[in-house]
Ligand binder design. Structure first.
Ligand code: ATP
Ligand code: OAA
Ligand code: CA
Ligand code: MN
Length: 578
């Protein structure tokens, strides 16, 4: 491997910084060299010199490998149970908060520090989260890899030289020793990967995964505790703003379109993934975006395409070794290829990344069963219910030939990051929506014309036309029809979208099969909701009952098997005029 002569190495920008500080004494770090807040150019040089498999692509991005883990490991995430915070947090079989005790946290922390102390150099990134000045927090990342430092430089809010000078002690520290494994025989752990968050120590420790998304979502998890405690609602959502200042939030699970649809040439981007809705409006938590790049095309996603340039980290992508041209269609390493870039790389970014109270919230679901309408209007109860459900359906199946859709439910469209009970976030959302007159919409970015294998994924062009119609006010004035089982309100017409695809039952050739698929999905929603039966303890019996009214009313499967489409449409409400 290529090695630079040491006199070409970047200056150790802040060599004495750690050794002298209160932080060094507290942390136990005793590094040989510390590179603090190096600019991207120097991080490139160090990554290229010391991190195998790292190269510059034809457009100047830094393409690198995250190692064995190429996605998050939610089952390896642990939250330390402390007497001070345990009563607020959501525990139990359906909660993402798997318990760890303080002593094990400290054991893992020691392991991480010991590992970092064996290295020739470590990287520190000091930066901020939360664009709202009143909510701003200081984050410190300590890591073994230049790639991680560049990633967090992109994803956090970058300090000015003056802010860096006066940074002081951080509010939260991430020790990323992901290049070194955890000991799987440690209590509370089952694998060589461990991602541990302690609210008491205000620290996160990462062992056994170099996937950079763990750091970003670690900070997000912290915000899912700190923000609601201040009455501010943290949300896994994209966000953009129209010319009239009208803000839209896009909720959705991974791959449903938050990043893709919030990048809109007509609407400046506030952020693509993590936001907070507070008393003054919304703000982005982050200073950058983390876009999926599988199948990326210049024609359909020009904003993201153009953001992939010098300074951008490309994770686990395939490229031609000679030309360094990236093959965005290749899944050779993973389907979850990613690009991380500062938000200002999106040409119409709205900086500072803050906005007013949302006028619209759009719940995205990629329904591979093809039974949910491409767009429907939700009542407040339905908005809460569907927000808590967090539904999407993926086409799983690596088995040749068999590719049945599988339903996924993830509370609040991001269960892995929740700290409190989902009903807490949902009722905060409903409060804010009713206070500010916010409209909610369910948009299916998945299959149309039949389920996966029969129909096809709705085109981005059609989804964009639907989003445009929400923003122009066209759907506010439309006439609506109610759907069976789910009771969703579907507009009869949307400009730029073929009318026949708006009501899925019209495009399914086998009506009885449509009925049983839709009804079956209704049952899956109902079953999933049993995970939240402890919710009344958090929001009260009345509110818990009200949330349930937003859900589907599936019929017994035998009834639908016998009477088919007739059974499900019998009890339908008439058309609701504009
Ligand atoms: N009709 C459609 N609407 C939205 N996205 C679509 C559509 N058809 C195809 N796609 C593709 O689906 C993917 C949506 O992914 P996107 O990056 O927006 O996910 P995300 O919601 O931001 O997820 P994550 O939280 O993991 O970042 C993109 O690759 C996009 O090109
Ligand atoms: O966090 C990640 O690794 C990518 C992402 O945005 C998500 O999964 O929601
Ligand atoms: Ca995204
Ligand atoms: Mn995300």
């Amino acid at each position: 491997m290529l090695r630079y002569a040491s006199d070409n190495m970047p200056a150790c920008a802040d060599g004495k910084f750690l050794m002298d500080s209160h932080f060094a004494k507290e942390s136990g770090l005793a590094p040989r060299q510390v590179f603090r807040n190096l600019p991207p150019s120097q991080l490139y040089e160090l990554a290229l010199a010391f991190e195998p498999g790292t190269h510059i692509t034809s457009t100047g991005a830094l393409a690198t490998l995250s190692g064995e883990k190429m996605g998050r490991s939610p089952k390896d995430k642990r939250i330390v149970r402390d007497p001070e915070t345990e009563k607020d947090l959501w525990w139990g079989p359906y909660s993402p908060n798997y318990v760890m005790d303080d002593r094990t946290f400290l054991t893992n922390r020691e392991r991480a520090i010991d590992y970092l102390n064996t290295l020739d150099r470590i990287f520190v990134v000091d930066a901020f989260v939360n664009w709202d000045p009143a909510s701003r927090l200081k984050i410190r990342v300590v890591t073994s890899r230049a790639y991680h430092a560049l990633f967090m430089h992109n994803m956090l809010i970058r300090p000015t030289p003056e802010e860096l000078e006066s940074f002081g002690e951080p509010d939260f520290v991430i020790y990323n020793a992901g290049a070194f494994p955890a000991n799987k025989y440690t209590n509370f752990m089952t694998s060589q990967t461990s991602i541990d968050l302690s609210l008491k120590h205000k620290e996160m420790v990462i062992l056994g995964t170099m996937y950079a998304g763990e750091m970003k979502k670690g900070v997000f998890t912290l915000m899912h505790y700190l923000m609601p405690m201040q009455g501010k609602l943290s949300l896994h959502s994209g966000c953009n703003v129209g010319a009239a200042g009208d803000v839209t939030l896009f909720f959705g699970l991974s791959g449903t379109g938050k990043t893709t649809l919030s990048a809109d040439p007509k609407r400046p981007l506030i952020g693509d993934d993590e936001h907070v809705w507070c008393d003054t409006g919304v703000f982005n938590i982050e200073g950058g975006c983390y876009a999926k790049c599988i199948g990326l095309k210049r024609e359909t996603e020009p904003e993201i395409w153009n953001a992939i340039r010098f300074g951008t980290v490309l994770e686990n992508v395939d490229y031609d070794p000679a030309t360094r041209l990236v093959d965005y269609d290749s899944q050779r390493l993973t389907e979850n290829t990613r690009a991380s870039y500062p938000i200002e790389y999106i040409s119409n970014a709205h900086i500072p990344c803050v906005g007013g109270h949302p006028k619209n919230v759009i719940l995205l679901a990629c329904d591979a069963f093809g039974v949910l309408p491409p767009v429907s209007r939700l009542t407040l109860e339905q908005a809460m219910y569907h927000f808590i459900s967090g539904y999407t359906a993926k086409v799983a199946g690596t088995e040749v030939g068999v590719k049945e859709p599988t339903a996924t439910f993830s509370a609040c469209f991001g269960s892995a990051f929740l700290m409190l009970h989902p009903y807490k976030y949902a009722t905060m959302l409903a409060d804010k929506m009713s206070h500010h007159g916010t409209r909610a919409w369910l948009v299916n970015t998945g299959w149309t014309g039949g389920k996966y294998g029969v129909g096809k994924r709705i085109s981005l062009q059609h989804t964009r036309a639907i989003i445009d119609a929400i923003h122009s006010g066209e759907l506010e004035r439309a006439a609506y029809v109610s759907t069976p089982i789910f009771g969703l309100q579907v507009p009869a017409q949307v400009t730029g979208v073929p009318a026949e695809i708006l009501s899925p039952e019209k495009v399914w050739s086998k009506k009885n099969e449509f009925a049983s698929t839709l009804n079956h999905l209704g049952h899956m929603f109902v079953n999933n909701f049993q995970c939240f039966s402890d919710g009344d303890a958090f929001v009260g019996v009345d509110m818990a009952a009200r949330i349930l009214t937003g859900g589907p009313s599936p019929l017994p499967e035998e009834v639908v098997a016998k009477t088919g489409f007739g059974a499900i449409t019998a009890a339908l409400a008439p058309t609701i005029p504009a």
